[in-house]
Design a protein around this ligand. Structure first.
Ligand SMILES: Nc1ncnc2c1ncn2[C@@H]1O[C@H](COP(=O)(O)OP(=O)(O)OP(=O)(O)O)[C@@H](O)[C@H]1O
Length: 239
């Protein structure tokens, strides 16, 4: 896919999500407007309950909004049927979550192959694991890997199908600073080298230094957007 920064990947307007909870309604998103251009690395920052995961889940086709518009390239995500949304998730999105969700009885290579076996134009499991710096751990089981290495296997699994976008929900939430940095290095390299449009949710404001843009949320709205004129290299970031 050509990398044109003028191309819009996501165009989100008036995004609203209300969860009915018995008698009360929880307003998770209250009119979010956000445009994400090709190959951007955006960090979504905000306190617990500010709506970050709800926004990311809707962007990934895991949840649907109550109102508003979400366009992914020329796909109107709010008007497509469930089958099209499943296709979008399968073809275009790589997900990384806080907990790695690896299969304990499969090696790193086999965990990644689960995806490469069913994807349309995947890289090999070995290539994906090489990108995240785990060429020397191909035949290790998850129990033989550190938390940071397990998360990098999960990232390799997410990118092996060459997704157009990479959506990461607290990818370093369960990790200490040192291992968290190795995981951020992997995500940052994928964004830089493959041009994968990337959104990362975090509570940690320091992670904003390595992104193109920091989008801050509070109470279901975007309260601030800051662009970094230069991205800090992950190796120099203070945690
Ligand atoms: N499935 C759901 N049913 C009901 N309420 C929900 C659901 N998912 C999220 N919420 C509520 O929506 C609001 C936003 O939640 P969300 O998980 O998007 O926030 P967040 O910023 O990602 O928080 P955290 O950093 O703790 O994950 C919260 O009040 C939450 O309780």
């Amino acid at each position: 896919m050509p990398s044109d920064p003028n191309e819009t990947v996501y165009d989100i307007r008036g995004l609203t999500k209300v969860y009915p909870m018995g008698e009360v309604q929880v307003h998770a998103l209250r009119g979010v407007n956000l445009r994400i251009p090709e190959s951007e690395f955006v960090v979504l920052l905000g306190p617990s309950g500010s709506g970050k995961s709800t926004l990311l889940n809707i962007m990934g086709g895991l949840d649907v909004p109550t109102a508003g518009e979400v366009r992914y390239r020329d796909l109107d995500m709010t008007r497509v049927d469930a089958n099209r949304l499943t296709w979008f998730r399968r073809e275009s999105v790589g997900f990384v979550f806080q907990f790695y969700n690896l299969i304990p009885s499969l090696t790193a290579r086999e965990n990644v192959s689960l995806v490469t076996d069913i994807a349309t134009d995947p890289m090999t499991a070995e290539e994906a694991l090489d990108i995240v710096g785990l060429s020397d751990r191909l035949d290790h089981f998850p129990s033989q890997l550190s938390g940071g290495q397990q998360q990098r296997v999960a990232i390799a699994r997410a990118i092996a199908k060459r997704p157009d976008v990479l959506l990461c929900d607290e990818p370093t939430g369960a990790l200490d600073a040192h291992t968290g940095i190795t995981v951020l290095e992997a995500i940052s390299n994928i964004n830089a080298e493959l041009g994968t449009t990337t959104a990362v949710i975090t509570h940690n404001a320091a992670i904003g230094q390595i992104a193109d843009r920091i989008v801050s949320m509070r109470d279901g709205v975007i309260v601030d957007e800051t662009c970094n004129s230069t991205k800090a290299p992950v190796s120099s970031m203070s945690w």
